[in-house]
Design a protein around this ligand. Structure first.
Ligand SMILES: [Zn+2]
Length: 78
């Protein structure tokens, strides 16, 4: 999310540079998004409830960290 804010900020600075009217709005939006990205936690990567467990990449069930195949969906783990 920080990168998205940075891209918008650079885009806003570019618009400021070429004197287009919306440049300032994009610059402010980019700064706001970058600041928010420090306070908002990423929505993904939840923690497994049991220690020594991870989420299956395919079905997202909790499985042991060292499992080669998911016991639920039998998909090979990377
Ligand atoms: Zn699975």
């Amino acid at each position: 999310m920080f990168a998205a804010g940075l891209i918008i900020l650079i885009f806003g600075l570019f618009l400021d540079f070429v004197l287009l009217p919306f440049g300032f709005a994009f610059t402010v939006a980019g700064i706001i998004i970058m600041v928010l990205s420090f306070f908002l936690k990423p929505a993904e990567t939840p923690e497994p409830s049991k220690p020594g467990h991870k989420f299956c990449w395919f079905c997202l069930n909790e499985i042991p960290v060292d499992a080669e195949r998911c016991p639920v969906c039998l998909m090979r783990q990377k």
